[in-house]
Write a protein that binds this ligand. Structure first.
Ligand SMILES: *Cc1c(COP(=O)(O)O)cnc(C)c1O
Length: 381
């Protein structure tokens, strides 16, 4: 028997979450009397650890897909995705321009070197592009002061037949927090005022809080939600269920041993947990080498045989220990849900470990087998 750990992805939960975001956008647009934004479903980092092919199946109703690894874009085409693909970091060198051309990828242009490359190497077809403003992330994009000059160069490339659609975009640094997007949006609007073309501004947090940012004014808008489509929350203080989202990934294992502790007996490296009274504990086949966060300490939520309980002591490389007091019938072979359906949310586990759900979803280790997304996992039929 293989080691009992596995992960599964519900393709129908992915589709459900996309539909929930769609309804959220439609309702806001209806109320404002404006056209609803289109959705680029963000599937970078192997679809936040869920698998590119599963994401292509789950997000088939999206208007576009967004990612940044050219190899993942090719996988989308090979999986049959014929719609737009937005490459969030653009092309990295001249050879990529040919690949973008061949697979019909839409590029982000965030740096002057990319404009230089386009001026010296002409793709066979017009390349669709979004020109990015840095509105406070301090990472990719032209600064507000340099944006109009960059746009003028891009417009010239368009007139020369090199570029096709020319859109405008930015990425918000504080959409999930108290600062919100007001300052960044003001910067974007100053930089892009009067320049034609579609706009793309909102990540998950902005899509959920400010669904119409950048919409209206007679220009097409595209949002770029990622994490919420996987059923996790972009916010520290609002759970994904508050938006009707379902967890797409479930990480499961089993109890492989049990122990009866006497008062004062310790558990795990460093003896960080000591039993305050006689108690039964279970050893679970899941550790940090599987991608479970080592910093999740005593009290991290976990479900054993469907019953909520807690992790005890330090996480080992291959194992962790759970409190069996709330699950007296659990024994060797009892199923354990580390996060996902019928267990704690990935966000709750992440919070206990001082990180965010994004990191845990992306970091499930290659040694963890993913169950085929068969009918019982909700593959569309
Ligand atoms: C990752 C990313 C997104 C999606 O962010 P979420 O917080 O997962 O919604 C959107 N836009 C860009 C440029 C990104 O890098």
């Amino acid at each position: 028997m293989p080691r009992p750990i596995s992960a599964s992805v519900s393709v129908s939960a992915l589709a459900h979450n996309l539909a929930a975001v769609r309804r959220h956008l439609d309702a806001a647009a209806h109320e404002a009397g404006t056209a609803a934004p289109s959705i680029w479903a963000v599937i970078k980092a192997n679809a936040y650890g869920h698998g590119i092919e599963r994401a292509v199946a789950g997000f088939s109703a999206a208007q576009g897909l967004a990612m940044l690894d050219p190899a993942e874009a090719v996988r989308c085409r090979e999986a049959g995705w014929g719609g737009p693909i937005l490459m969030l970091e653009g092309f990295f060198d001249a050879a990529d321009i040919e690949l973008f051309d061949r697979y019909h990828l839409t590029t982000v242009i965030h740096h002057r070197e990319q404009l230089d490359l386009l001026e010296s190497r002409r793709p066979a077809r017009r390349l669709d592009a979004y020109l990015k403003v840095d509105t406070g992330m301090g990472r990719l994009g032209f600064p507000e002061a340099g944006y109009r000059e960059a746009y003028a160069r891009a417009r010239y490339l368009r007139e020369a037949g090199v570029l096709g659609t020319l859109g405008k975009m930015t990425h918000f640094a504080t959409a999930d927090g108290p600062q919100g997007i007001a300052q960044a949006l003001a910067r974007f609007e100053r930089a892009a005022a009067g320049l034609p073309g579609p706009v793309s501004l909102c990540n998950s947090a902005a899509t959920l809080r400010f669904p119409l940012a950048g919409a209206g004014a007679g220009q097409a808008a595209w949002v770029r939600p990622g994490i919420c489509l996987y059923g996790a929350s972009p916010f520290e203080d609002v759970p994904a269920q508050a938006y009707g989202l379902l967890p797409a990934m479930t990480l499961r294992s089993e109890i492989i041993a049990t122990r009866r502790l006497r008062p004062g007996d310790a558990v795990g490296y460093g003896s960080l947990f000591r039993a305050p009274e006689a108690m039964r504990v279970g050893v679970v086949a899941c550790g940090y080498a599987d991608g479970y966060p080592r910093h999740a300490g005593t009290g991290t939520p976990v479900a054993v045989g469907g019953v909520p309980t807690r992790v005890l002591g330090r996480i080992s490389m291959d194992m962790l220990v759970v409190d069996l007091q709330p699950a007296p019938h659990a024994g060797v072979g009892t199923p354990v849900v580390l996060w996902g359906e019928d267990g704690p949310s990935v966000d709750e586990v992440a919070r206990a470990a001082g990180t965010i759900g994004y990191e845990l979803l992306c970091a499930v280790a290659p040694r963890v087998p993913f169950e085929p997304s068969g009918r019982n996992q909700g593959e569309p039929q």
